[in-house]
Design a protein around this ligand. Structure first.
Ligand code: DX5
Ligand code: ZN
Length: 200
């Protein structure tokens, strides 16, 4: 499944963007939440999620790139998130296992750190760029890290986030879902951007 990342959308045209995504059959959106500490950037907050919830029935997944995610998880669920993804590097262990809470992992964090939780989450979001910015180049070590995730033999699906293009997607054999920002929103149209992925 291709999961568009809203970070790359044209900020003025949110309504139009939503309708176009829905018309293209998109069922799920990825919303990057940044706090300027865990990553050196800022992005959306609960206000945007509430607005999206009002106008769309798509599955909204909030990717929390924030310190102390435990302070924010409930706020984003209340704002209308269907799932919330938090980073293994900062999440308090007692939060893991909550329904609809998934784990993300930065490119340099050992995959082994997920071992204790391999049957406690339904998805692992494997970062294929350093989190913080869209439009970065895919890190080739991701392919090997997907294999390491498989070796854990957990019950989760693998989502890849960062640098996905029709050329890098084939390097992610073994992953089920792909978060795509720039490659979709910089295409001549969302429809054409999606078609390029389907062909690859
Ligand atoms: C990066 C974000 C990604 C980003 C992906 O920190 O987590 O979701 O939006 O954007 P692209 O596809 O442009 O790499
Ligand atoms: Zn993301």
């Amino acid at each position: 499944m291709i999961i568009p990342s809203l970070l790359a959308y044209d900020g003025v045209m949110l309504g139009d963007t939503l309708s176009q995504l829905e018309a293209c059959g998109i069922k799920r959106l990825h919303i990057d939440i940044m706090d300027g500490h865990f990553v050196p950037n800022l992005s959306f907050g609960p206000h945007t999620v509430r607005a999206l919830r009002k106008h769309s029935s798509m599955h909204l997944d909030c990717h929390l790139m924030v310190q102390e995610p435990e302070k924010w998880v409930d706020i984003f669920f209340q704002a209308g998130a269907d799932s919330v993804t938090v980073h293994i590097e900062v999440v308090p262990k007692n939060l893991i296992g909550r329904p609809h809470l998934n784990l993300a992992i930065r490119p340099r964090t050992p995959i082994q750190s997920l071992e204790p939780y391999k049957n406690s989450v339904s998805e692992v979001l494997l970062m294929s760029v350093e989190p913080g910015f869209g439009g970065q180049a895919f890190l080739p070590a991701t392919s090997e890290r997907i294999m390491q995730l498989h070796a854990l033999q957990g019950s989760f699906e693998i989502v890849i986030d960062g640098g996905m293009t029709p050329a890098t997607m084939p390097l992610c054999v073994g992953a089920q879902h792909f978060v795509v920002g720039s490659a979709l929103f910089r295409a001549p149209s969302l429809h054409e951007g999606l078609c390029a992925f389907k062909r690859s």
